[in-house]
Design a protein around this ligand. Sequence first.
Ligand SMILES: [Ca+2]
Ligand SMILES: [Ca+2]
Ligand SMILES: [Ca+2]
Ligand SMILES: [Ca+2]
Length: 447
Amino acid sequence: MRVSISNARGSALVLVLWVSFGLVSLAIYFGHGMSMELKAASNSEAGVQAEQAIEGAVRYVKYLLANLPSQGRLPEPDLYVTEAAEVGEAFFWITGRDPAAVDMTRPYFELIDESGKLNLNTALYTNLMELPFMTVELADAIIDWRDADDEPRSSGAESDVYLRYNPPMYAKNAPFESIEELRMLNGATEELLYGEDANGNGILDPNEDDGDASPPSDNADGRLDFGIMEYVTVWSREGNLQTNGEPRLILPALAGTQGSQAALTAIQGWFTTNLTEDRFNTLRPALTQATNLVDLYIRSGNTLDEFAEYDDVLTMSTNAIEGLVNVNTASAAVLNTLPGVEVNDAESLVAYRDTNPSALRSVAWITEVLGQDVARRLGGLITDKGFQYMADISAVGRGGRGYRRSRMVFDISEDHPKIVHRRDDSRSGWALGVETREALLALRGQQ
Ligand SMILES: [Ca+2]
Ligand SMILES: [Ca+2]
Ligand SMILES: [Ca+2]
Ligand SMILES: [Ca+2]
């Protein structure tokens, strides 16, 4: 991709950005003479341009998510526009997370799958306690905040604690609606929530690796220690539609005694139309008994490829399911919160994903890493798809000025992508790393 900008007169300067293989390299060329008008261009005008670029990014992301080639799966990040995308005189970037974390000082660009995180509304205490740096006090406070009662857990906090706050408030006693609610909880500190990644961009910025020389406080060890915010979500929710828009078919064992025969008949109908009646007959005992998709895979005796021919049609619930963890996108730290998954298992899962990309067409592949017993117990908690994506969009206007940043979550679990969360993060600091900043500053100095 090659992007060029010029000012309205076309001669004052041209900035050319080359983007290849996920890395940005910037080269700046200056035309003849400087435009005094450009020098006077106000930050507020550039800010408006940056805001318009963010709106352009929103339309682009909606279009991308409405046209995914595979339901619940993003394309590789180099197949969509995420870096220095041009909107008039402005540019936008979508900052993500480098799954390989090769160079922690360079930003990585992609949409972030919220299903790769632990859901604050469905996580058990034991899941929460597996998160890095989680405290007993905060884990209890999270559960007290969302549970309906006013009985504090042993290290928790309910309204009697929050009414002593200034200003006083009640415990919510209802589900979290955003992860920022964590900031209000008893036992939550900036350090615990944000760790060293004060600006939440997933990379080690200079001020995050200089000890106490500049905020935040960090240990200057050249590694980025994330806070709890990095690993949690409130948005993960799996819709219940097949790729063709038809409802998925519930596993008979989960359809209740009244519904199980009808559920089996519906599955038989699907196999007869889409695969073969023989195939259904062979799978009938497994289909009748299975209580989750990993369980079905194990009972089926199928290969991963055979299983992937029909798994997407089947579901554990006729309603949307909240809080399933996407084993295809979750980080090792999040995988480690799943029951029975130890630190080394989580790392093995990530390593398997890297070396066996073609095996990831269903959740069944975890059996290859974890063995049947652990995998089967996880089956009810995991998915291989994502339906909510975070876009962390940064933009600049003319001359690299007017930096704006907005984080939003798009939900595609129903028919059209919609924004379910939006937050202006312009004040949380520059998110695009040192190289882009220097290139834009050099550009500004020449105007
Ligand atoms: Ca409560
Ligand atoms: Ca950072
Ligand atoms: Ca610091
Ligand atoms: Ca560190």
